[in-house]
Design a protein around this ligand. Structure first.
Ligand code: ATP
Length: 209
């Protein structure tokens, strides 16, 4: 099984790391790949450059060998469409279960993604219940859930794609947006970041720090 966790990581924070490690633990996998969404198509421009976000991702992943930074979306010049990334990884790993990990806030917007209907043909989805983002789903996603949801982790190991599992684990109430805002106001955020990332942000004076 290959687990993938994509994000803008602007910056990567302890909520991301806790989520990634919870997935490794729950799904009993030795590693999870953190894929930098280099050129996100669906949001305003990130506060840090691609190179800076990648440096922070590498620093954060160095804290635990289960966390593997993945730069494949950086190497494409086109916008970072998840479906393209999934198709590429599927091509490299035919038949292998693929899991895309996604927070409940991002999952709620799935139907706005480029070629979203193909996502479940390529992978499973593991949805993380972020505090403050209850799973209120629009009709298309409700229908998708009705077809694809499972509560059995074994299904994710036995099939290569097509199932949705909502992970029953508590996530941390941390967001990159709140961290950027706090930094721009001179507030303390060290407790929300891997120590090396906090140092990097202050050294490079990112986000108005
Ligand atoms: P922003 O606040 O800038 O939108 P973010 O904190 O949501 O950023 P992203 O890089 O956009 O971080 O998120 C990458 C993925 O991680 C998304 O699927 C998102 O839902 C998930 N995620 C972010 N923070 C958490 C958290 N605290 N717990 C669980 N999942 C999270």
């Amino acid at each position: 099984m290959i687990c993938l966790f994509g994000g803008t990581f602007d910056p990567i924070h302890l909520g991301h790391l806790h989520a990634a490690l919870s997935v490794c633990d729950a799904l009993d996998v030795p590693q999870i790949r953190l894929i930098l969404s280099a050129r996100p198509s669906h949001r305003t421009a990130p506060g840090a450059s691609i190179a800076q976000r990648w440096e922070m991702l590498k620093l954060a992943c160095a804290s635990d060998q289960r966390l593997v930074p993945d730069d494949r979306e950086m190497r494409r010049s086109a916008p970072s469409f998840t479906v393209d990334t999934l198709a590429e990884i599927r091509g490299e790993n035919p038949g292998e279960p693929l899991v895309w990990v996604i927070g409940s806030d991002a999952f709620a917007l799935l139907a706005s993604w480029y070629r979203w209907e193909q996502v479940l043909e390529l992978c499973h989805l593991v949805v993380l219940n972020r505090p403050g983002h209850p799973l209120t789903l629009e009709p298309r996603l409700k229908a998708l859930m009705a077809r694809a949801q499972t509560t059995a982790i074994a299904d994710l190991h036995e099939q290569s794609a097509g199932r949705i599992l909502v992970l029953e684990r508590d996530m941390e109430q941390v967001s990159a947006e709140a961290i950027r805002k706090a930094l721009s106001q001179g507030a303390e955020v060290a407790h929300l970041l891997p120590a090396a990332v906090d140092t990097y942000i202050r050294t490079h004076r990112l986000y108005g720090a």
